[in-house]
Design a protein around this ligand. Sequence first.
Ligand SMILES: Cc1cc2nc3c(=O)[nH]c(=O)nc-3n(C[C@H](O)[C@H](O)[C@H](O)COP(=O)(O)OP(=O)(O)OC[C@H]3O[C@@H](n4cnc5c(N)ncnc54)[C@H](O)[C@@H]3O)c2cc1C
Length: 439
Amino acid sequence: MSRGYPSWGRWPRAAQDAVRLSNRFAPLPRFDGHALPRGNGRSYGDVCLDDGGMLLDARGLDRFIGFDPATGVLRCEAGVLLGAILDTFVPGGWFLPVVPGTRFVTVGGAIANDVHGKNHHAVGSFGCHVGAFELLRSDGARRVCSSNVNTGWFAATVGGLGLTGLITWVELQLRPVPGAWFDTETRRFDRLDDFFELSARSEHDFEYTVAWVDCTARGNALGRGVFSRANHCAAPPAANPPREGRLRMPAEPPFSLVNGPTLRAFNWQHFHRAPKALQRSPQHYRPWLFPLDGIRDWNRMYGPRGFLQYQCVLPPPSARDGVRELLDRIAASGSGSFLAVLKQFGAIRSPGLLSFPRPGTTLALDFANRGPVTFELLDRLDEVVAAAGGAVYPAKDARMSGERFRGYFPAWRQFSGFIDPAFSSGFWRGVMQGTVQGA
Ligand SMILES: Cc1cc2nc3c(=O)[nH]c(=O)nc-3n(C[C@H](O)[C@H](O)[C@H](O)COP(=O)(O)OP(=O)(O)OC[C@H]3O[C@@H](n4cnc5c(N)ncnc54)[C@H](O)[C@@H]3O)c2cc1C
């Protein structure tokens, strides 16, 4: 039985024990078999699950250790939430250089998946801003790793899916900002080509860009959506931050609330309510960067079978045709989600051996778990991604085949040499089936 540590997609389920860590100086607790560090469980699939193993719950490692206001370098424990860093440091004029679409992610989890944000084209991935961290191995060895010291361990642990050891503390470079507000601009676009043009026109002048895409639209409307871009506001308004949303999915419905009719209705309405011409507005960073955080436990709406997220990246030469083909296959299936996201990644190199971000176009969306129909659709999406020379994001995955993984992440063999022999995960066992590790 799962003991209260599901992943965000609530599929698959895992029977695992957990031990809460609270002292970064202590050795790892004893465990039989295998173990896996755990952050805040915001990964959708099985990179944060260890069926039959022991989760090392790092949320209790939640202390700030030091901050240098002259340089913006923060040292904190690995279980600190990104939201706690923002709450503490934004009032003093400091921001995290990279945040994903939720602030309920730990620093350790952000490193282990080398997460990206809406400003990837401008600043790269999370790992680009990590100065150093300590890695604790199951044999008790502690290594401080940075881009100058223990560099192989650094590259293996950034994007290393928690498999190289437990990160105990981290040094992060924060960036100065004028305040908590963003200057945002939004408009809808009618076809996929418009997305590429808007992105190209925005990437030099806007630090943050992202598009919502109507995954139900077909024919001439295929790829239509809403484009948003923003910069930190140079002269923030003297307004209070918006009140935190109190919305919450109160309980798990007996079936998925996301189905063909609700999807089509939501997507149609969301598109048509968006402004036709650019609309400017100042917005507080929280609702703009983390819209889904406004509804607590929204992942329950997919019912007891849970859901799968699919996020891929396609390299520039094949991105336009590849994304079109993906959207076509998704729309034809009648599946998909309220929030399908398109974004251009930039050229800044991610520092991890297994980092997902790379130049190209990334598409992310959820699918209610309808059993074989869903898995067959995702296999068909894989065909497009693999043919385009792209990759699927492990943080969102729970069903990638070993063959696909090794194609997407050719450095896997080099990475294998850094894995802690006592650490494992559902994801890793799945993609390593039939291989001799390190061979
Ligand atoms: C609404 C939503 C939006 C999202 N948007 C984005 C996005 O825009 N961009 C993006 O990149 N991702 C996004 N994600 C995914 C999320 O950012 C990542 O899955 C992130 O890694 C989750 O961190 P966590 O602290 O919850 O870690 P978990 O999910 O618990 O674990 C993730 C991995 O980190 C490892 N780990 C955790 N702590 C440690 C530690 N102390 N030492 C070593 N390894 C550790 C675990 O073993 C596991 O492999 C989103 C997720 C949600 C739910």
